[in-house]
Write a protein that binds this ligand. Sequence first.
Ligand SMILES: C[S@@+](CC[C@H](N)C(=O)[O-])C[C@H]1O[C@@H](n2cnc3c(N)ncnc32)[C@H](O)[C@@H]1O
Length: 395
Amino acid sequence: MFTRTMVKTKGEGMIANGLPLGLSVDLQKETYDWKKDVIVNKPKLLEEIVEALENKEIKLLRRKICSIFSIIDYPKSDKIGLINIDRNGDTVVLKKGPLLEELRQVQEAHTIERAKYYLERLKRGVTEVKTSKINDINLNRWKEYTDIITDSLWILDKRDNSGAHIGSYWGNFIPQIPHQLMMRYTKKGDWVVDAFVGSGTTLIECKRLGRNGIGIELNPEVAKKAKELLRKEKSTNNVVTEIITGDSRYINLQDTLSKHRMEKAQLMIMHPPYHNIIKFSRSPNDLSNAKSVEDFTKMFADVVDNITPYLEKGRYLGIVIGDKYSQGQWIPLGFYLMNEVLKRNFSLKSIIIKNFEETRGKRNQKDLWKYRALVGGFYIFKHEYILLFKKTMEK
Ligand SMILES: C[S@@+](CC[C@H](N)C(=O)[O-])C[C@H]1O[C@@H](n2cnc3c(N)ncnc32)[C@H](O)[C@@H]1O
């Protein structure tokens, strides 16, 4: 990620970038990955870009870009102080891969006008930050965000089990889901509400990403465990994370928000039970104990009516849900819930299909399931949905 930074040297004089001998970097709490990032002397880079832009012949412009490229690619060849950091130098951290790609694009342009267009874009990326109202993504350096998914098909093969993300709660989602949603739809310091917080995955991710989080969980034992897990997640981000034990259909979210001097949240995430596929408790208030699919849909709609009035207009609601089979029929729970939300003040932004790995039980019986599927004429579930909605009206 692109961040302006201070670089302090412990030793004397200039030091070589990428070989951080005695180098300590304060990246405004962003992590600096010396294998992927490159710390560039900003005035020097701009000087080089301006000089390249002054060329009237594409051949000369390319030559200049070629010399910048070689230094970034092979720091030891730096003779001009482009990535040798002066003690008081103004610096910029750039992702090495995308930077080299941009330089290559300039070099490969067919006309000088096109090459200069790409160079101006690179210059803007170094000098200006452009973000939207709903996230901190610097659009002038959008190529650096290789980890942010923008496709509607998410194939996530490995669960993030780091830190407090233990992954042992039956029916939890993988941390990459709230992570992706927060990166796209929140800024640092925003408020996120998860109405079915379970083991606290969303709130752990809130702590990591510097977002405030409120989670609601019906089952007191599960809520207690989630609180313990949250305490284990150490964070340097100064944020609030709170778990309320109660029924999301009736909980007073306004009270909790106003306690923190907030009226509205900026992102809402809902990962309800997939009806009765997993029974989370014996409570009749638990959506997994709804007597029928109609009751389940109604209970979910009640949660939406109780919680989403506290979502800011123009902000996002993400619902994570899978379908189920009952008596040989595919029951499209995802579409039922989607229709409920669309009856309210929301517009549909995306239906994301996420791969779904077999549960441990099913994995052991893979062949048996294949046989059953062939006999019964059905398909084995391998996906779930992430439904994304934007709130269109204040209520
Ligand atoms: C699919 S799990 C959520 C898992 C969570 N995303 C995680 O990563 O741990 C659904 C959760 O909703 C809770 N739940 C069910 N009915 C509820 C209700 N009426 N209000 C609040 N929580 C409820 C269940 O106890 C369960 O923990």
